[in-house]
Design a binder for this molecule. Sequence first.
Ligand code: ATP
Length: 241
Amino acid sequence: MSESLLTVESLVAGYHGSRVIDDVSFSVGPGEGLGVVGANGAGKSTLLRTISGLVAPASGRILLEGRDITRLSPDRIARAGVLHVPEGRRVFSGLTVHENLRTGTIAGAARAGSSADPYDAVLDLFPRLRERLNQQAQTMSGGEQQMLAIARALMGRPSVLLVDEPAMGLAPVVVKRVAEHLRTIREHWGVALVVAEQSANNVDGIVGGHQLLVDGRLREVDSGGSDRANLLAAYRAAGAD
Ligand code: ATP
């Protein structure tokens, strides 16, 4: 891969002494993507939560443009440019689309060197949200709420976006639309994208083929070999649309 934006080195993390993330290393550059693929409970969310500072790692390092962010608080990691769209699209249900987007501005405004307001660019990317600016989030469809959750994160001007199971609970046609938006964010906005999904099929088009496969313990990306081929075949079968 080219110049690295996010680098994860020998990361070990879990809960109460358990090793959910077991010696994981990878790197993602600007405009590149990584799919984190695995079954329920395999550790995908734990990996994303560790990168965004919500779970403290037992060992290993997380670097952003070469700077060690491993022990920073979640808000400082967000302000540094790593934003997390958690599983279950947690938008503020009682706030309007406009208000939800403005909550996302806060982290971005605090970033050094950021001046341009991304509001219009974000709404250009999600015209459906522009049509619904004054609508309460809770009245929108699951797909629209997922787009709002992604759009809100973009308001924070991420250089790295961590997206946890964006396809969950959505109809296949909506999954496709969300995937197209994420690919645009990676390819045209130059954001480094890490996307967790249960199905390899759901992330292939978004991330451009780089996958970290999970089977209870995370493995290194592009490790090659028959283990990897077997796992990939299993996940493709599991997620076959
Ligand atoms: P899902 O598809 O369900 O989100 P996942 O691959 O994201 O699955 P994780 O949520 O990271 O998996 O969970 C990995 C393991 O860690 C599971 O065994 C889970 O029970 C455990 N775990 C997750 N969160 C906690 C927690 N807060 N405390 C203790 N154990 C946890």
